[in-house]
Each structure stands twice: as structure tokens, then as C-alpha cells.
Design a protein around this ligand. Structure first.
Ligand SMILES: C[S@@+](CC[C@H](N)C(=O)[O-])C[C@H]1O[C@@H](n2cnc3c(N)ncnc32)[C@H](O)[C@@H]1O
Ligand SMILES: Nc1nc2[nH]cc(C(=O)O)c2c(=O)[nH]1
Ligand code: SF4
Ligand SMILES: [Mg+2]
Length: 215
């Protein structure tokens, strides 16, 4: 039996988030997630999908001839074979990022991968799942993200930023408004008023393609 993963979709688009926003990127979206964030824009990846071999996935990715590959979900680290997938993508020479909820251990991820670790805010309703041991593992090649639903979430995120010195540990600290919950302009004004060492990120793909799956 070959190594397999359950996959919702593989597509080529522009990266909508993080430090590579705007760059052409192949997305590999793994099926299944043990969390249920109230704002989740990818709930269609909770179930279904297709079981595929790593060889098959690598072959499809190679067909796009990308420079950047983003492994997302669902929650990629909920499937053990996400770890060899990430390693093989790095071996193939791509610049690889991993979007992960922050609820699962990120220690086994290949160090060439930029781990984009979400710290779930109270407004997500999944903040009790945060695994703070992950914060100690972050390096300059990693990114930490807060998806912010309200002023209360913003104040909470600022307190974690200070408590863990996140801007000193990770290469990027990203503050993203939860689409439909918080106006981007409000969050932008708060970040400027407080002179924070963070990057406001908007989800470019939602402006371009209005949240269609596969974009
Ligand atoms: C769909 S998740 C998949 C990866 C992983 N499960 C996670 O939560 O990081 C990818 C990213 O989209 C963010 N996201 C999901 N729904 C969102 C929304 N409505 N507005 C802004 N960001 C959202 C998540 O917080 C996460 O950072
Ligand atoms: N274009 C585009 N960029 C993205 N960056 C992160 C995504 C995700 O769903 O994790 C995503 C996505 O779904 N589409
Ligand atoms: S952890 Fe990620 S995929 Fe899972 S519900 Fe939350 S945002 Fe959606
Ligand atoms: Mg998405």
C-alpha cells in the first residue's frame, strides 16, 4: 500500500494571504479538520475528497511548474502523511508553506517549510484548542496569524503578541480580519493607532474571486 492522503482539491491561483500574497502558487487542500471555527471559509473541505497517492499529488503539482506551493485544508496535520508530503515538496525544489490551525504539534514539519500557525482567537470559538508549545518552536522562517472578529479579539491578540514576543520569534505576525465579522479598515486603524509590529493581511482571493472554491 502506497502512502496516501485524502485531498479536496489541487489548484493554481494567486496566494491570497501571508508573506507571499500576490504570487502564483499551487494549493494542495487536504480533507478533514478536527476544529469548527465559526468563520471557516473552507467548510467544504471537512468531508468528502479523494484518496490519492503522494506520487500522484506530486505529479499534478509539477504539471503547473510552480515556484510556490501552499499546503492547506481542512487541517493538514490531522493526516500523518502530510509530513512526508511537505518533505517531498521541499525536495522537489518548491518554496513550501503550510497553513495550520495551531491545535496540532508542528515539530515534525520539515524546517524548509514556512509554517503559518494560526493562534485561534476567542471569536473563532476554538481558542481552547491552541497548543502554545508550538509558539516556542517558531523560527524566522515561520509566520503566526490571528484572524480577528472584533475589538475584543484584537485586544486578545495584542496581549499574546506581547506575552510571547511573537514579532521577535516569527518572521511575520499577521493580523487578518475575519471576513464578514470585521471591517478591514477598522482593523487597519487600530494597528496604526497602536504602532504594532504586525502586517495587516487581507484575503486577496476574496476581492478577486469572491470566495469561489478552487481560486
Ligand atoms: C481554511 S484554514 C486551513 C488551514 C488550517 N485549518 C488553519 O485554520 O490554519 C486557512 C486559513 O484561513 C483562515 N480563515 C478561515 N476562514 C476565514 C475567514 N472567514 N476570514 C479570514 N480568514 C479565514 C484560517 O484562520 C486560516 O488561517
Ligand atoms: N488564492 C487563495 N489563497 C489562499 N491562501 C490560503 C488559502 C486557504 O484556503 O488556506 C487560500 C485560498 O483558498 N485561495
Ligand atoms: S481550523 Fe482551519 S479548516 Fe478547521 S475550521 Fe478552523 S479555519 Fe476551518
Ligand atoms: Mg481559503
Amino acid at each position: 500500500m502506497q502512502d496516501t492522503l485524502r485531498i479536496t482539491e489541487v489548484f493554481y491561483s494567486l496566494q491570497g494571504e501571508t508573506r507571499t500574497a500576490g504570487l502564483p502558487t499551487v494549493f494542495v487542500r487536504l480533507t478533514g479538520c478536527p476544529l469548527r471555527c465559526q468563520y471557516c471559509d473552507s467548510a467544504y473541505a471537512f468531508s468528502g475528497g479523494t484518496v490519492r497517492t503522494l506520487d500522484d499529488i506530486l505529479e499534478q503539482v509539477a504539471g503547473y511548474r510552480p515556484r510556490y506551493v501552499c499546503v492547506t485544508g481542512g487541517e493538514p496535520l490531522a493526516q500523518p502523511n502530510a509530513i512526508p508530503l511537505l518533505e517531498r515538496l521541499c525536495d522537489a525544489g518548491y518554496e513550501v508553506s503550510l497553513e495550520t490551525s495551531g491545535a496540532l504539534d508542528v515539530s515534525a514539519v520539515d524546517p524548509r517549510v514556512s509554517r503559518v500557525v494560526d493562534l485561534k482567537t476567542p471569536g473563532s470559538k476554538e481558542a481552547h484548542r491552541n497548543r502554545y508549545e508550538n509558539v516556542e518552536l517558531l523560527t524566522r522562517n515561520d509566520q503566526v496569524k490571528f484572524v480577528i472578529c472584533s475589538r475584543e479579539d484584537y485586544d486578545w491578540a495584542v496581549s499574546k503578541l506581547i506575552q510571547y514576543g511573537l514579532d521577535q520569534r516569527a518572521g511575520e505576525v499577521l493580523f487578518s480580519p475575519s471576513h464578514h465579522d470585521l471591517n478591514a479598515r477598522e482593523l487597519a486603524d487600530w494597528v496604526v493607532a497602536d504602532n504594532l509590529p504586525v502586517r495587516l493581511q487581507l484575503q486577496l482571493h476574496k476581492y478577486l474571486w469572491n470566495d469561489e472554491p478552487g481560486r
